[in-house]
Write a protein that binds this ligand. Structure first.
Ligand code: ADP
Ligand code: MG
Length: 436
């Protein structure tokens, strides 16, 4: 890496509120690769998108807050450019010295980014000698900064990408059994494919949130005014049948918290899911369901959790999500593998202060789900060695060279201290995790 100019794609698509970063998980997750490159003597030109500016400059979606956060995290000044391209940017890149870095402005301010326009990609590629993609959250889209630039530069994936692929591949390939998936969140649409894929892998499927409501309808209950998707009821029925055929246990809520309105301070009560009242909304799982989940998880050795069990943004309806977070933390403490994906699910864990206990927090929304479905992610597919997500990726380890240290020999580091692995990655993030 010494003396190389590295064009690094990261996923700094963080949730913002009033220009402030609400959750910096994705920035933190990119730090190991950034540090390894800087320590190795590279100069680093970082690219990211933020939100959906649709090819226009949107001041509220500038990357400056992310640069400031990164500066705090790595204690190295992170200058930003006013534009991903242009004379000023060309100049700033040319002046970069080994060990220095620069964050290009939001690449989605250019229409060529999402179109994967070759000339836009070529101009971005001119900023590096090599390309490193560490944007797992964007690996399911083929855009200029994720896939396009790989046509012009030797390409690698970063440490986060490697960690994500390893953690998710392990779930699919060799989970310690019994293996449980817990799927909650608002909607089934978008999760049908992953549910179908998971039914073939897990021993237990636990459903919560709005997702469970659709399954309750599929199993003959009425859910009143609760969020559910009538168009997905047939899919839910098919998944239940699939589970039955394969002997997979499915845990549906036996009771729930119903509310007059989905707002703070509204009236609410616990009822059986066999008698959900017509004019109320089911917004959380009830105490009997929570107990059933806790019991069902007792023998479980591997947990995959995506989606909160209720409307956790409202504290009164966050009870089941909180309880599950505690159980998951205890399980992880006791040696189980616990992988959590999804922006809202991880936000709930952070609120409780148990996020760090989990085995792995997946930074990808849509990318994690597509990976678990077994689909090829364009960002990985452009890497010749990456192959199918069901195979473990061959990794090339490059020990970071610290100033004053002897040049790394070819010995494999004891606990893999991998740096980069050849590839070109790509893509963008999950619809539902787009910053407000
Ligand atoms: P993640 O971001 O972890 O993947 P999702 O985006 O799929 O999770 O779902 C999170 C959303 O689901 C939250 O906004 C939450 O309020 C909503 N939700 C959960 N349970 C319900 C429910 N019973 N009714 C309506 N919305 C729900
Ligand atoms: Mg979400």
């Amino acid at each position: 890496m010494q003396g190389q100019r590295v064009l690094l794609r990261v996923d700094f698509n963080v949730p913002l509120s009033d220009g402030k970063i609400v959750d910096d998980s994705r920035i933190r997750a990119a730090v190991p690769t950034i540090k390894a490159l800087l320590d190795g003597g590279a100069s680093v030109v970082i690219m990211s998108h933020l939100g959906r500016p649709d090819g226009r400059v949107v001041d509220g979606l500038r990357l400056r807050p992310a640069a400031e956060r990164l500066t705090q995290l790595i204690r190295v000044n992170v200058p930003t450019t006013g534009d991903a391209l242009g004379v000023g940017t060309d100049d700033a890149v040319r002046r970069l010295r080994p060990g220095e870095l620069l964050l290009l402005e939001n690449v989605r301010f250019h229409a060529g980014e999402e179109r994967n326009d070759p000339s836009f990609a070529e101009r971005l590629a001119s900023y590096g000698d090599v390309f490193v993609n560490d944007a797992f959250g964007a690996a399911h889209r083929a855009h200029a900064s994720t896939v396009g630039v790989a046509a012009y530069l030797p390409s690698y994936v970063g440490l986060l990408m490697e960690q994500e692929v390893e953690a998710l591949s392990n779930l699919l390939d060799k989970p310690a059994r019994p293996f449980a998936a817990i799927v909650g969140g608002g909607k089934v649409s978008g999760k049908v494919a992953v549910l179908e894929a998971l039914i073939k892998k897990v021993d237990l499927l636990i459903l919560g949130g709005g997702v469970a409501n659709t399954f309750l309808v599929a199993s003959g209950r009425s859910v009143g005014k609760s969020l559910y998707e009538s168009k997905m009821v047939d899919d839910a029925r098919r998944i239940l049948k699939l589970a039955q055929d394969r002997g997979v246990r499915v845990l549906l809520p036996v009771d729930g918290v119903v509310a007059k309105e989905v707002t703070r301070g509204t009236e609410f009560k616990v009822v059986s899911t066999d008698k959900l009242p017509a004019s109320w909304h089911m917004v959380d799982l009830g105490p009997s369901s929570i107990t059933a989940i806790r019991e069902a998880l007792t023998p479980i050795k591997t947990i995959l959790w995506n989606g909160p069990l209720g409307v956790f943004e409202i504290p009164s309806f966050a009870v089941a999500t909180r309880e599950l977070a505690k159980v998951a933390a205890d399980k992880a403490d006791a040696g189980a593998t616990v992988v959590v994906g999804g922006g809202d699910s991880i936000a709930a864990l952070r609120q409780l202060g148990v996020a760090e206990k989990m085995t792995h927090l997946s930074t990808g929304g849509g990318a994690s789900l597509e990976f678990l479905e077994g689909r090829d992610l364009p960002g990985l597919a452009v890497v010749p060695t990456a192959g199918s997500p069901y195979e473990t990726l061959p990794i090339i380890y490059v020990a970071p060279v610290k100033p004053g240290a002897k040049a790394a020999s070819k010995r494999a580091p004891a606990k893999p201290k991998p740096i980069i692995k050849p590839s070109a990655l790509d893509d963008e993030d999950d619809e539902s995790d787009t910053p407000a």
